[in-house]
Design a protein around this ligand. Structure first.
Ligand SMILES: [Zn+2]
Length: 492
């Protein structure tokens, strides 16, 4: 049987594994993917190699750990080999359509290897809306009142509540969910992708789509809410729920009152991604390409809904709701299979090249699982995830230079090491899937030692593998871009 020569990679931002139907979720988020899973390799324990986007994507595209070139550097290096550059050099037509994630841009090296790279970040195309009560428009009198109230015990919370209600009532009423959305929906991305496929159908191709529909702020399409039978959540309610969910002054207990409704909006985002992937595959069937097309779908990371007190996906912890992502890979002619071994996304690019019978480059750190699966060999290797603790604004260099958090997973065991405190926590995910009770120190010594040893080797290798020429080139790129965007340069 010939290897397929068309490859589509779909990454869905913030799509956590346990919200996919084929992973056991009980709401109808993924009817199409559930069908596709029946003819795919389904990895039940796929793990992002970093979180959030800027720590995850280097592993997905370039098969290397996010901090391998040094924590102060962000994105891909200018000359870095990626799955796109390998396939482009092998004669594939290549294209990427990314739904306006600011970290997926030419600035951060992601355009390399793509004949066509469209990130939808152009000003005016999908410009972010400013909330009528953002801090930038608070009057100085209001700020003074706020600090006075917060200085008096019990009054600060009352002020915050009144101010929130005032904002909700004083802003103009949102007209539609489409007007509120900050990213192009999956429909726009699939339209662009389908047009590109039509023009490139006679050649082998690699197409990467990055969808943002489940990403906060959660403004799904009205059609997706309809499909989820969540008809109550129009623009005003969605606007209110997002504002409520974003409040810094509420305790997790008060936030939890709206949790299910917010999850409803998030789920509708997943449903829209599913619906549009269905439309994309129908287009491929119509063009008579589906039989030759391999398709992989995964996520860069998950999303928190207060499971451990947090919201969204800040790199403050490495819990399962942030790391565990869906992964299905449909290879024409290959029977479906469920794979339970933990698999890191650092292994995805070499595996997809293996599916296409294209050799992986030597500088990929991951290993292909594809041939091993065909040969029914073991996949039981330690899986590593890393990020920088608290780096919520990677555009600031000082934010990027923090201590590392590292997770190592093997079988059902997972250790998380926080280098800011020097603490580690070991979990048995089979008996404690929600990571409530770390295994007491002194118990499970052999596995703790094995995972710690793996972490030590990873950090040592990561230091030894630094490529200083690349680091310097990336630093120069950063400096050039900072200079190009500085007010001094703009005013000249
Ligand atoms: Zn992301």
């Amino acid at each position: 049987m010939h290897a397929p020569h068309l490859l589509i990679l779909v990454t869905v931002d913030c799509f956590r594994a346990d919200h996919a139907g084929f992973m056991g979720y009980d709401r109808p988020t993924t009817p199409f993917l559930d069908c596709l899973a029946k003819e795919s390799l389904v990895f039940r324990n796929a793990i992002a190699s970093g979180t959030p986007t800027y720590y995850s994507l280097p592993a997905i595209l370039a098969s290397r750990y996010p901090l391998a070139f040094g924590r102060e550097l962000l994105g891909l290096a200018a000359d870095e080999t990626t799955i796109a550059s390998v396939l482009q050099e092998s004669g594939f037509a290549t294209a990427a359509f990314s739904a306006a994630n600011p970290y997926i841009s030419e600035r951060f090296g992601y355009a390399r290897g793509f004949d066509v790279f469209r990130d939808f970040l152009n000003v005016g195309e999908f410009s972010p809306k400013v909330s009528p009560c953002s801090h930038s428009v608070r009057t100085s009198a209001n700020r003074a009142l706020s600090s006075t109230c917060h200085a008096i015990p019990g009054l600060g919370a009352a002020y915050d509540e009144l101010y929130f209600q005032y904002c909700q009532n004083s802003g103009s009423r949102p007209e539609s969910l489409d007007a509120l959305r900050k990213f192009p929906s999956a429909e726009v991305i699939v339209d662009n992708a389908s047009a590109w496929i039509k023009d490139n159908a006679t050649r082998p191709f690699f197409l990467w789509l990055h969808l943002m529909d489940p990403h906060a702020p959660y403004f799904p399409t009205a059609e997706a809410l309809e499909l989820m039978q969540d008809r109550g959540a129009g623009a005003p309610l969605a606007s209110y729920l997002n504002a409520y969910w974003n409040r810094e002054d509420l305790t997790p207990r008060r936030l939890a009152k709206k949790r299910e409704q917010v999850i409803g909006l998030y789920d509708a985002g997943i449903r829209w991604a599913d619906e549009q992937v269905r439309r994309l595959t129908e287009n491929l069937v119509d063009m008579d390409l589906w039989d030759r097309c391999a398709l992989a779908l995964t996520a860069d990371h998950g999303e928190e809904f207060l499971e451990h007190g947090g919201r969204y996906h800040a790199p403050i912890k490495l819990t399962e709701e942030l790391l565990h992502v869906p992964l299905l890979v449909r290879v024409p002619g290959q029977p479906a299979k469920m794979i339970d071994s933990p698999i890191g996304l650092v292994d995805l690019a070499p595996s997809l090249l293996d599916v296409l019978s294209v050799p992986a480059p030597a500088d990929f750190r991951g290993h292909s699982w594809f041939t091993r699966i065909l040969q029914e060999r073991s996949l039981d290797r330690p899986v590593i995830t890393e990020c920088i603790q608290g780096c919520t604004n990677p555009f600031r260099r000082d934010c990027r230079i923090g201590p590392r958090i590292l997770a190592v997973r093997k079988g059902n065991h997972k250790i998380v090491i926080d280098f800011s405190t020097g603490q580690d926590m070991l979990f048995d995910l089979s008996s404690d899937p929600t990571e409530r009770a770390p295994i007491p120190r002194g118990n499970s010594q052999a596995i703790r030692r094995e995972l710690l040893d793996c972490a030590r080797r990873h950090v040592t290798e990561s230091h030894q593998s630094r490529d200083f020429d690349r680091c310097q080139a990336m630093q120069m790129r950063d400096l050039r871009l900072e200079w190009a965007h500085s007010p001094a340069h703009i005013s000249n």
